[in-house]
Design a protein around this ligand. Structure first.
Ligand code: FRU
Length: 507
C-alpha cells in the first residue's frame, strides 16, 4: 500500500514537472523583440561570434558569452551547432575563464595533419586559438594583459581541453593584443595568425600552432582609424581565376555611421606580408548593427560570414530583458569588379530560403504609394522581400504598426545613397545616439537596382546592388510592425518583386 502511494506521489510529481516544462517551453523564444530567424542565446549576454569552423557536416558557432548576466562580464565561449546554417542546437559552454583570465575572441581550425600533436589515435584535433584577457592586469594598468592561448577538442568540438603550455603567444607590451584568426597557408605549409594589435594587424606564422614568429605588420597608415582594431580575418576569394586576398578588420568606434563596424581591404598575401590594392576605406556593412564579423573556417572555396548584430555604443542597454543580442544571418561573400576596383559582396545564404512560405510574386508595380500588405495580408513574422527595378528613382519602403511607429528604408537619388531611418521606430531613448538615420553609398552606376530585405522582429538587413551596399539595423517597436508600404515621389517602377514570410527557426 505504502509503495503504491509512493508510486502515485512519484507519478504526480513527474507529471507536474512535465507540465511545468512543456508550459515553460512555448514561452521560449516568444518574448517581445525575440529574433525568429536569427540566432540569439536562450538567456544572458552575447557578443562576437568566435571559433567558427565547419567540420564533418556541422557548422560550429562559438560566441562571447556571459552566462550570469545580461550585460558584458567575464567572458566564456558559448557554443551552438547547425547542419544547415539556419537552425541552431544549444551545446554546453565550451570554454570557461581560468587563472589566466577571461576567454576573449578567437578562431578554430581543423588540424588535419596533427601539426600540434594534440591528436590521438589518428584522430585530428580541432584547435581553438583565443585571447586570454587578464582582468587584474587590465585593472592595474599594465600593457601585457592580453595573450594568445590554445584549447583542443578530440570529440569533434563537444568538449575542450586547454593546453597546459598556455599562453602560446606572449604580449610584447601592446595594450590591445587580441582576437587571433588562424588559417593554413599551403604555400609555406604554415599556420598564419592574423592578430589585432591596437591600430594595426600583425601577422605571425607557426608550424605547430604552439610557437609563433612575427612576420609583418599592416595598416597603421591605411583604412579607418577612428577606434581600436579588433577581430580581423584573412582569406582568399577567387575572382575569375584570380586570387584576391581579403583582410577584414573590425573597428570600434569609428564606423561609417558611428560606433562599431567592419571594414575590409583587398590585396595580395604571400605567406608573410599583406600588400593592399586600395588606398580608400571600405565597409562590408554600413549599418550600425553588424560587428565583429568574420568567416567560417574549413568551408573550401565558399566563404560564409557572420557578425554580431549590435553596436558597443548601446549593446549593454538595448531593451531586451532575458537575453542581449543576436547574430546576423550568415552571408556568402564574393568579389565584384566595379570601375576597376575589387569590391566585396555579401548575400544571405541560400539555405535561408527553406524557411520561406509560398512566395507572392508581383510584377510592374508603380510605386506612388503602394500598400504591399493590402495584397499580402499583414506581416505576421519575419519576411524576405526582394525586388528589381529598371529605374533609379528615390523611394522608401516603410515598415509600420498601428501605434504609429515606423522604420523607413530608402534610396535618395540626389545624394545617391541608401538609408535607414529608425528615429520613429519605437523604443529609441535608451541611448542618445540610437534614434538616427544611417546611410550607405550606392557603389555602382548601373540603371538597374536590386534589393533584398531580411526582416525579423527587431532587425532588418538590407542587401542592395547584389550585396555591394549592405546595412544592418536593429529596432524595438512597442508592437510588431505589421505593414509594408512602398512610396516614391517619382515614377519609380518595380519590375518584379518577391515577398515571402519566413517560418521561425525555433519551432
Ligand atoms: C569585440 C571585442 C573583442 C574582444 C571581445 C571581448 O567586440 O571587444 O576585441 O575579444 O569583444 O568580449
Amino acid at each position: 500500500m505504502i509503495k503504491a502511494v509512493k508510486f502515485l506521489i512519484f507519478l504526480l510529481f513527474t507529471s507536474l514537472i512535465f507540465v511545468f516544462q512543456s508550459s515553460a517551453q512555448p514561452a521560449m523564444y516568444k518574448e517581445p523583440f525575440r529574433p525568429q530567424i536569427h540566432f540569439s542565446p536562450q538567456a544572458h549576454w552575447m557578443n562576437d561570434p568566435n571559433g567558427m569552423v565547419y567540420y564533418k557536416g556541422v557548422y560550429h558557432l562559438f560566441f562571447q558569452y556571459y552566462p550570469d548576466s545580461t550585460v558584458w562580464g567575464p567572458m566564456h565561449w558559448g557554443h551552438v551547432t547547425s547542419t544547415d546554417l539556419v537552425h541552431w542546437q544549444q551545446q554546453p559552454i565550451a570554454l570557461y575563464p581560468d587563472s589566466l583570465g577571461y576567454i576573449f575572441s578567437g578562431s578554430a581550425v581543423v588540424d588535419k595533419n596533427n601539426t600540434s600533436g594534440f591528436g590521438k589515435n589518428g584522430k585530428a584535433p580541432l584547435v581553438a586559438i583565443f585571447t586570454h584577457h587578464d582582468p587584474k592586469g587590465a585593472k592595474e594598468g599594465r600593457n601585457d594583459f592580453q595573450n594568445e592561448s590554445l584549447a583542443y577538442s578530440l570529440d569533434d568540438g563537444k568538449t575542450w581541453t586547454k593546453y597546459s603550455g598556455n599562453p602560446v603567444l606572449k604580449n610584447p607590451g601592446i595594450k590591445d593584443f587580441r582576437d587571433p584568426k588562424v588559417m593554413w597557408y599551403e604555400g609555406s605549409k604554415k599556420w598564419i595568425m592574423t592578430l589585432a594589435t591596437l591600430d594595426r594587424i600583425t601577422f605571425y606564422s607557426s608550424k605547430d600552432l604552439k610557437t609563433w614568429t612575427k612576420e609583418s605588420e599592416f595598416g597603421k597608415e591605411v583604412g579607418a582609424h577612428g577606434g581600436v582594431w579588433e577581430c580581423p580575418d584573412l582569406f582568399p576569394l577567387d575572382y575569375k581565376g584570380k586570387k584576391i586576398w581579403i583582410l577584414i578588420v573590425n573597428i570600434n568606434p569609428g564606423g561609417p555611421n558611428g560606433g562599431s563596424a567592419t571594414q575590409y581591404f583587398t590585396g595580395d598575401f604571400d605567406g608573410k606580408t599583406f600588400t593592399p590594392y586600395q588606398t580608400d576605406t571600405r565597409w562590408l556593412d554600413y549599418g550600425p548593427d553588424e560587428y565583429a564579423g568574420v568567416t567560417w573556417a574549413n568551408t573550401g572555396n565558399r566563404k560564409i560570414f557572420l557578425g554580431w548584430m549590435s553596436n558597443w555604443q548601446y549593446a549593454n542597454v538595448v531593451p531586451t530583458e532575458k537575453w542581449r543580442s543576436a547574430m546576423t544571418v550568415p552571408r556568402d561573400l564574393s568579389i565584384e569588379k566595379v570601375a576597376g576596383k575589387y569590391l566585396l559582396r555579401s548575400k544571405p545564404v541560400p539555405e535561408l530560403n527553406k524557411l520561406a512560405e509560398p512566395p507572392l510574386h508581383l510584377e510592374n508595380i508603380k510605386a506612388g504609394s503602394y500598400d504591399l500588405t493590402a495584397k499580402t495580408g499583414d506581416l505576421t513574422g519575419p519576411a524576405k522581400l526582394s525586388f528589381i527595378s529598371g529605374t533609379i528613382k528615390s523611394f522608401t519602403i516603410i515598415l509600420s504598426n498601428d501605434a504609429g511607429e515606423k522604420l523607413v528604408i530608402g534610396y535618395d537619388k540626389k545624394a545617391n545613397h541608401y538609408y535607414i531611418d529608425r528615429t520613429k521606430s519605437g523604443k529609441v531613448d535608451f541611448e542618445k545616439g540610437f534614434a538616427r538615420t544611417h546611410t550607405a553609398p550606392r557603389l555602382v552606376a548601373s540603371n538597374n537596382m536590386d534589393m533584398t530585405l531580411i526582416v525579423d522582429n527587431a532587425s532588418v538587413e538590407m542587401f542592395a546592388d547584389k550585396g555591394l551596399s549592405v546595412m544592418t539595423e536593429i529596432f524595438f517597436p512597442t508592437q510588431p510592425f505589421t505593414h509594408i508600404t512602398i512610396q516614391s515621389p517619382d515614377a519609380f517602377t518595380i519590375n518584379s518583386l518577391t515577398y515571402a514570410l519566413l517560418k521561425s527557426i525555433w519551432k
